[in-house]
Design a protein around this ligand. Structure first.
Ligand code: HEC
Length: 144
């Protein structure tokens, strides 16, 4: 199939999205965006030498949301968005990324709470952000 044909099929899929599908994709997009915002504010807090309790609070949002990622991707729901079909073919790997994000973000919460210096918090922040990229690389179409 040519890329153009794939694009047309993708667009056709979107047009036929069921309401249930739409709800699922809205929930996961909101949840992902919330994590994006949390990462951004943590980045700002680190560079401003900001409040570590606030860093912990933002990181906790990532802990909470990452635990829900598997429930945001019922089998083959919302194809035609950026979710790749390979998610459901390599579910263990996909779920493993979600678990890893949960573990890394939990360590970030801990580092921010236990009085670690900003350098250590920064390192754990980087480890956390990397997991987002790893999962997106394998499982998310880069639209733009
Ligand atoms: C387990 C895999 C996985 C992990 C981990 C993950 N994502 Fe995603 N993310 C996806 C997939 C798949 C999509 C595409 C979903 C869709 O379009 O239906 C996505 C979409 C997004 C989007 C776009 C939402 C939109 O408006 O369409 C943002 C923003 C995002 N992720 C941020 C993050 C951030 C920040 C992290 C880390 C804190 C993260 N993601 C971790 C798989 C993951």
């Amino acid at each position: 199939m040519t890329l153009a044909a794939a694009g047309i099929l993708g667009a056709a899929n979107m047009g036929h999205k069921s309401q249930a599908d739409e709800k699922v994709t809205d929930v996961r997009e909101d949840g992902m965006k919330e994590m994006g915002k949390a990462l951004k504010s943590i980045k700002g807090l680190i560079s401003d030498n900001g409040d570590k309790a606030e860093i912990a609070a933002q990181a906790q949002k990532i802990v909470n949301n990452s635990a829900k990622i598997p429930t945001w991707f019922p089998k083959e729901a919302g194809l035609g968005e950026a979710a790749k079909p390979v998610i459901w073919e390599q579910w263990d790997k996909f779920e493993g990324n979600a678990k890893n994000l949960n573990a890394q973000a939990s360590q970030l919460v801990a580092a921010a709470q236990n009085g670690s210096d900003m350098g250590a918090i920064q390192t754990q922040f980087t480890n956390t952000g990397k997991v987002c990229g790893t999962c997106h690389e394998d499982f998310k179409n880069q639209k733009d």
